[in-house]
Design a protein around this ligand. Structure first.
Ligand code: FAD
Length: 301
């Protein structure tokens, strides 16, 4: 048996004990009618994988507020999926954010992903809380829970958030978010399974009982991936960069390599007892479907 086979074997053994893993999918609100069509084609295909929930992002500084709302509302009206709406603290007063929360509740949304958000000039810039706003994600969690009994998920970082000076500060912040009422953390993307497993140990050692779900980002464009990794403090090992080097103009091969690398990453995590997987789909279905299949999750009518 090869090393890779052994990992998939161990993953299958762990996952069969719980009847297969739980998966969830993230989408972003589309900018044009054409992109909306391709998003909806992806949603229709991914719906057949019966995810625990699907989430819809919120653009920097609330730039997608209406589009996020429309996408979430349409998911409620036209699918069997349970949507989670992302919401951030950036560039809005508490009153404005509270209005968005009330509108979500009234539209039937029961799950919020509460985030600080990146500075309006983009990730990597200096963050200044809005003078009348929620300052950090923990404050937004408390605000959302004060408005209605939302299920609230928050962000976690396998390679540490760039603004956290130490791991203690990082984990203290996650604990504040859970203590404020969040029941799940979803991690930023990462490359190295060990980074996520170390985060899971740190969380457990801090007495945090809420699950931390790994966020998986299969590479669809390696330059974009590297840029996002650089601003988000995500470490990209040389072996990984080497696998994608030279594939910029070869999307077919890149797709196959992306499925293989993320499939193996998921199997490593499953072999270590991870049971939930969150996929950053980038509004495409095929890679996520392929990787879910490697985890034993297949389309059911
Ligand atoms: P927080 O948990 O508030 O923490 C941010 C940093 O501030 C940490 O370093 C923390 O230690 C520090 N901190 C916290 N409280 C204090 C305090 N009181 N004083 C000083 N420092 C403090 N961004 C979007 O714009 N839209 C999205 O839809 C979106 N979705 C995301 C989904 C996931 C799963 C993830 C992982 C990230 C997402 N992001 C999104 C990105 C996110 O907004 C950024 O990573 C942002 O920089 C931090 O958000 P946070 O919620 O983790 O912030």
């Amino acid at each position: 048996m090869t090393a890779v086979q052994a990992i998939f074997d161990a993953a299958a053994a762990r996952l069969s004990r719980i009847g297969g893993p739980r998966v969830s999918f993230e989408f972003f609100p589309p900018k044009s009618e054409k992109l909306e069509e391709s998003l909806w084609a992806a949603i229709r295909r991914l719906e057949q994988l019966h995810p625990s929930f699907v989430s819809v992002t919120y653009g920097a500084g609330g730039s997608t507020r209406d589009r996020t709302h429309r996408t979430v509302a349409r998911i409620i009206e036209e699918t069997t999926l349970k949507p989670a709406a992302h919401l951030t603290c950036v560039a809005a007063s508490k009153g404005e954010v509270d209005d968005v929360l009330r509108a979500y509740w009234d539209a039937g949304v029961r799950h919020i992903v509460a985030l600080r958000g990146d500075p309006p000039d983009g990730a990597g810039g200096r963050y200044e809380p809005h003078p009348q706003g929620y300052a950090y994600a923990a404050d937004l969690v408390a605000g959302a829970r004060a408005i209605a009994p939302f299920e609230v998920s928050v962000a976690a970082y396998a390679d540490r958030h760039p603004d956290s000076p130490t791991w203690d500060a990082e984990i203290d912040n996650l604990k504040r978010k859970i203590d404020a009422g969040a029941t799940r953390a979803v991690s930023n993307f990462f490359v190295d399974a060990e980074s996520f497993l170390r985060l899971r140990d740190r969380v457990a050692n801090a007495g945090i009982e809420a699950p931390v779900v790994p966020g998986l980002m299969p590479v669809s464009n390696f330059n974009g991936f590297k840029k996002m990794a650089a601003v988000g403090g995500v470490s990209v090992p040389e072996w990984f960069a080497d696998i994608f080097e030279g594939l910029d103009n070869d999307p077919d091969t890149r797709l196959l390599v992306a499925a293989a690398t993320t499939g193996e990453l998921c199997a490593r995590l499953a072999a270590e007892g991870v049971e939930d997987f969150h996929f950053y789909t980038l509004n495409r279905a095929e890679l996520t479907i392929a990787i879910c299949r490697m985890l034993g999750v297949k389309a059911r009518g």
